[in-house]
Design a protein around this ligand. Structure first.
Ligand code: F0G
Length: 472
């Protein structure tokens, strides 16, 4: 069947009650600064091939002051209009606007909780420590905040097919939004390197799922070629509409903090779209005086997938240092991150830092977040592991406030959690020797005879072995 990019622009239906401001945005190259009103399929600058970003939002025309914007956004929280129920489109004055509301594809994304972390506060010595839990989005990761915007523009352009390369979460999210928006989706994932949980989401939402015998970087390379050859719309974070939606993670966070910026925001880094998006949001908020000062934005990577760490340490942030990525935090198993230049810019502009953490440190931090009753996937836990390092080096001081962005839900990678608690996460690996310190955090399931006696004895043993449990 031939692929086609039919446009539905010829249907001149008027919105009955338009709620959207007038569409106004342009693309700007992050390298040479060239501005254009149209982007090619690969979202790269036609002159220097660097990535594009979106500029100029409708707030400039709206005449709204920063305080007026804040009250409009707050009022929308009590509205049941479809656009207002989305924690992304609620902030539409700072987003690219589609031509019509009927193009909007939404699953009521965003609206995620900001939790305190009392146990991790005590263990790190940082009393004002919070987690912005993006794993509470409709498909269980932060990707939904960007996908609602980018899939809206795919639908507006009349695409039949959307596509992405993924370590799992992007594909799950894209498949859901494509299904919701009446489009077909094709996902390219590295065979055997993404969690079943994420793969099963793509299948359930009806994606054409291609497991390629390569890694994520290989999948992304192939996707770039695919979008040049076939009329499929690419929904990786190279797509600047994705990053615009992901900015709302920061807008919503600041709103939850009554617009008082935290001292630090810490995010995991993989392909580096999310850190770029959050950084862009912070700079925009500062520019239009929604916030009085910038938080420091820091990125944490797994030691085995540390391209950005090495780029900053060895290349001064000027030249990407690619790595052959390996980590059990499969979501961030990426060695050739597409948005590295955008990430370097926002880390430097906010005086943030970049750090790496070991496999054992990731596992430990994940279990500690789980012990708070919150839970997250391994890639998200790098944030807490990174914070511990920042406290040790003095980059984060005990009297500062810190927000960790937890990017994915605990249920995204049940194999990791099961192997951790059974004690075989690091069996046969070089990390085995270091992993004994994880034993107190393990809670393996016990198999018992189905008698009351057996259950009571087990309870008593558990009480004796852990009489100082923090919840007691
Ligand atoms: N955390 C999770 C749970 C992720 O799924 C990803 C990326 C990241 C962090 C890193 O974000 O790439 O913007 O720096 N996952 C992508 C995917 C690559 O395909 O799902 P990033």
């Amino acid at each position: 069947m031939p692929l086609s990019a039919t446009s539905d622009r010829d249907s001149h239906k008027q919105d009955p009650q338009p709620r959207l401001p007038k569409a106004t945005f342009t693309f700007r190259c992050i390298g040479c600064g060239a501005v254009t009103s149209n982007a090619a399929q690969d979202f790269r600058c036609s002159q220097c091939n660097n990535l594009l970003e979106i500029t100029d939002h409708s707030w400039k025309l709206s005449g709204l002051s920063a305080s007026a914007l804040k009250s409009v956004w707050r009022e929308r929280r009590s509205s049941n209009a479809a656009l207002d129920l989305s924690g992304v489109w609620r902030f539409r004055e700072l987003l690219p606007i589609p031509e019509s509301e009927r193009h909007v594809v939404s699953l009521q994304e965003g609206n995620t909780p900001l939790y305190d972390l009392p146990q991790s506060s005590r263990s790190t010595g940082v009393p004002r420590l919070y987690a912005k839990h993006q794993g509470m989005n409709p498909t269980g990761s932060f990707k939904d905040t960007g996908m609602t915007v980018a899939s809206t523009f795919a639908r507006q352009a009349g695409y039949r097919w959307v596509a992405c390369a993924s370590t799992g979460n992007t594909s799950a999210s894209m498949a859901a939004y494509a299904a919701r928006g009446g489009m077909r989706s094709v996902v390219l994932v590295p065979e055997g390197k993404i969690s079943w949980s994420k793969l099963s989401q793509a299948l359930d939402y009806g994606a054409l799922t291609c497991q390629l015998r390569t890694d994520f970087d290989g999948c992304l390379r192939l996707l770039q070629e695919l979008v040049r050859r076939a009329p499929v719309y690419q929904l990786n974070s190279i797509n600047p509409f994705r990053l615009e939606g992901q900015k709302t993670i920061a807008f919503e966070l600041l709103e939850q903090l009554d617009w008082q910026p935290p001292d630090h925001i810490i995010v995991p880094g993989g392909n580096l779209g999310n850190s770029s998006a959050i950084g862009k949001a912070l700079l925009e908020m500062r520019e239009i005086e929604l916030i009085p000062r910038l938080p420091k934005l820091s990125v944490i990577q797994a030691e085995g997938a540390n391209a950005l760490v090495r780029t900053l340490r060895e290349g001064g942030g000027k030249q990407l240092v690619r790595v052959q990525a390996e980590t059990r935090a499969t979501a961030i198993r990426i060695g050739n991150p597409a948005s590295w230049e955008k990430a370097v810019k926002v880390i430097q502009a906010t005086s943030g830092a970049c750090e790496q953490v070991s496999e054992v440190e990731i596992a430990q931090a994940k279990a500690e977040i789980g012990a708070e009753g919150i839970g997250c996937e391994p890639a998200s836990a790098v944030t807490l592991a990174g914070l511990k390092k920042f406290v040790r080096t003095g980059f984060v001081m005990p009297d500062e406030s810190v927000v960790l962005v937890l990017t994915g839900n605990l249920l995204k990678d049940p194999d990791f959690t099961m192997e951790f608690h059974r004690g075989d996460l690091f069996s046969g690996t070089e990390h085995k020797g270091d992993s004994d310190l994880l034993n107190p955090l393990r809670h393996p399931p016990v198999v018992l005879d189905a008698t009351l006696e057996a259950v009571i004895q087990t309870l008593e043993r558990a009480e004796k072995s852990d009489p100082t449990h923090p919840n007691v």
